[in-house]
Design a protein around this ligand. Sequence first.
Ligand code: GLA
Ligand code: ZN
Length: 706
Amino acid sequence: MSINFGVDYYPEHWPEERWETDARLMQEMGVQVVRMAEFSWHKLEPVEGTYDFEWLDRVIRLLAKHGIKTILGTPSAAPPAWMCNKYPDVMPVDRNGQRRYFGGRHHDCQSNPIYREKVTAIVTRMADHFGNNPDVIGWQPDNELGNSHLDVCFCDSCRKSFQKWLQKKYVNVGALNKAWGTPFWSQEYNSFEEVFAPLKTLTGENPSTMLDWKRFHSDLIVDFLTMQVNILREKCPNQFVTHNYMGFSNCVDYYKLSKPLDFVCQDQYPTGYWIDDGWASPSELAATLDVIRSYKNRSYWMMEQESGICGWEYMGRLPAPGQLPLWALQSIGHGADTVVFFRWRTCTFGTEEYWHGILPHNGVPGRTYNEYKELIHKMNPLMEQMKGAVPKSDVGIIFSFDQNWAFEIQPNARGLNYQNHVRSWYKAFYDRHMNVDFITERADFPQYKLIVAPLQYLMSPVLADSFTRYVEAGGHLVLTMRSGVKETDNRCFTKDALPGLLRKLAGAQILDYDALSQNECEVRFDGADCQTESSDHFEGAAGFDGSSCQKKSEVCLEGAAPAACHGRFWADVLTPDEGTEVLATYASEWYKGAAAVTAHNVGKGVCWYVGTEPDDAFMSALAGLFVDKAEIRSMGCAKKAGSGLHGMPATDVEFVSKEKDGVVWSFVLNHSAEPRTYEYAVDAGELVFGENAGTLAAYEVHIYRK
Ligand code: GLA
Ligand code: ZN
């Protein structure tokens, strides 16, 4: 049987006498794989140059007796105290120039030559030792690279590496001065050696310097991972190499980090204690899974799937019965081949003693254990067949690390946030029960009927050209505000009116723009002609034949018509070229009456420009118009159970499908605490998971196969 489910296991946190019980309980639950050792440097190398792999051999052997394979972490996320004492320079320096010390994790500088030497040594030893062990199936170098590192490190070694990186990029310092606009505030450099790591300044920062720093830092992390992967590839040809990511986290360009890996993994914590309202929304979770899939453009693993209350100093919410399996199934629906639960047993000490595992502190199996056991036994036969299946999407949304970084450096307007903007577009399609792909701007676009390219702030001729070719060939492209503003070196574009290199494609120019701060602007939008209709067309499958339900822009999805449409954060005041259609106009501010949303037919396709961030209802209505034009159908619809013919559509029910070799697996997931009814608009085939087609209990999931 393939590897479908596993747990993250820390045998070094428990007396050895307990290992056997753990292995037995795991086996009974259906665990087939564990990940171990990613923070165990001291146990593996207790003093410099003396290695001890025996305890790990023992536990690997014991687990194998119970049919459980192992994934090994390399321990570079937790350099031990002996190292930090002897070589304090391996510890990172933050933006204040302050060293960060031993006692947490990831207190390492990834450019430091001694640190790299130590990492190379232990990874080489581990690879030599475990590379031919048939019970070890793969590797996870380090842990959540980018996590905890944030903007560190700014040490001398990193400064020198930055200078080298710049020299390679710009060749001569004149080119650097030009790209960074250094005449401003006398920032010219006479040589690369004069460039600082961007430590805290008294006031302001150079946006071009900051963007290159973020790119450098990302490349450094990629290089650090690649260094480890190269060792493992050479010595462990039969074991896979992967890494655990954190969704939209943006310390490292995950598209680049994925290159040397076989597949990528996600760590998914829907009730992370840092989440203000306690729960990540279903659409945010779905977006996270879709972005993870995009990084390697293939199916992925969950390396850490939440198993209970998440907590460090504070704790998050308690998942209700059924909710944990629901989230695991959501991960699977969006393309996870294997789900590994974090963690096997709740630790009784250390920072994460409240980060709950499957077993409670006392180690006695309870509700979570039983829920997962049931899930595993029901899902195993299906998981087998689903391996490699991924959603097929007509909608693609571009996610760009460069744009994200540029907006982090300069949000442009109070409250404007690149990721929130991207996710608000995502939600509009998610709510209409459509599969969505995220794509890198370096991808090929043509396979998508509709592409949303949010906040294309930095623009290159190559990217502008690929957008244009996509539209000319019949594509439907949505550009949003603040596009074409800058060159890729983060200096303002000057050769045309905005949106700069996208001006011809948009068929409009922006002669004025307004950062709205906390004000919303009113927008007049007549496109959504179903605003006043009831949502009767949701009542039967007939409504999905493309005539009524699809056509009516789904303000109706929310049930109620928006009394008015609003834009947030920003207003690009559009002056359309001749032949460009105006779809929406501003209805407040002195530019009342000016275009807010335009449509420009180019070749066989159309380019829309949306000059503001639409509020939810407006966004939904616009998305309805776009999918209608691009002829994209929704998979189905859902209602509150017992709400009758006129029941309001329920967006807390999620539809997602994935496919492989012509077989389509359709998942419908009830994220609410109450029953829901649903109908498919497409032929989903045979119900293979769950019963009572058409009705879902609280947190229940149905799966169909066709
Ligand atoms: C992350 C890490 C784990 C653990 C969990 C819980 O995802 O990868 O090591 O710290 O969070 O905090
Ligand atoms: Zn450093």
